[in-house]
Design a binder for this molecule. Sequence first.
Ligand code: PLP
Length: 364
Amino acid sequence: MISSPVVPVFAVRAWPGLIEAYRPYLPVTPETPVITLHEGNTPLIPVPTIAAEMGRGVQVFVKYDGLNPTGSFKDRGMTLAVTKAKEAGAQAVICASTGNTSAAAAAYARRGGLKAYVIIPDGYVAMGKLAQALLYGAEVIAIQGNFDQALEIVRDLSEMYPVTLVNSVNPYRLEGQKTAAFEVVDALGNAPDWLCIPVGNAGNITAYWMGFCQYHQEGRCDRLPRMMGFQAAGASPLVQGHVVSHPETVATAIRIGNPANWERAIAVQHASQGSFSAVTDAEILRAYQKLASQEGIFCEPASAASVAGLLKCKDQVPEAATVVCVLTGNGLKDPDTAIQQGSDHFHPGVPANLEKIAEIMQLP
Ligand SMILES: *Cc1c(COP(=O)(O)O)cnc(C)c1O
């Protein structure tokens, strides 16, 4: 009897990363040297307790982009930005970052054999993000200034020296990030009625809109969502209509006072009949805790701005609407905030004694 050869099914079925998955929609050729960590294909998860709070038959899902290889949606843009930098012969990339861009830039640059330089605001980057950039092997320069100042510096450096800028002003970042909208439509079978999203530099909201519009033109969906952008109240230039020179919020990923994609964001708002609104740190932290303790979903504080915003705008949501909230980053990025917020449930220093423990557990 001849035994049949072992077919490695996993190898042919594995998700190939978003450049391969959406190749016809992206600016790549067969010669492009694709640098991928098999990012994308993140789950769209129903959040029933939040939907119940909304009422009126509203369906709510979260697009959990914290499950990308470096733990945030930034990987979607970075796979393409670093791929195109490599294709153009670059040997180094640079970015300013509130943390996640630096983690993604570092990972993809190193995977592609490029050097990575990242400039961050000293003291305002969550611990997990800093840890990542360092271990991936980026040169991390923490400046005594905020993100907006860091971005100005890297823009100048990339003009003066042979380093490719990979902030979201790099058009390939948005091209890669638009694939998240494709995945939402692929999962729902259509575009949602509302897309709620945290907004910092406004690259992601711009990219999602590009993705929805492209799929709409291709006939992959027959409607377009209203794009609902949410900023932290202490860093809400798009809501206030002017630059915020000292942005402050617990949601450090969106602690931005002068968004790099300002004009594009306004264009998206008009084209989609969307809006920009502010949510306070208290509202952000409430949604953050709710997602974790009621839905089992651990995102970072900035990500929870989308859910905080939805709950705040509850009465404006049409009956039986389908809403997608984007969860941009993984909760493990910012363990300090998680431990602070969860401290009510922490009982340190308890003697190793059954009665004492049972007492704390308040067992009946
Ligand atoms: C970068 C980032 C944002 C903001 O995205 P923009 O494209 O700058 O608007 C929101 N949340 C997280 C976790 C991020 O890393």
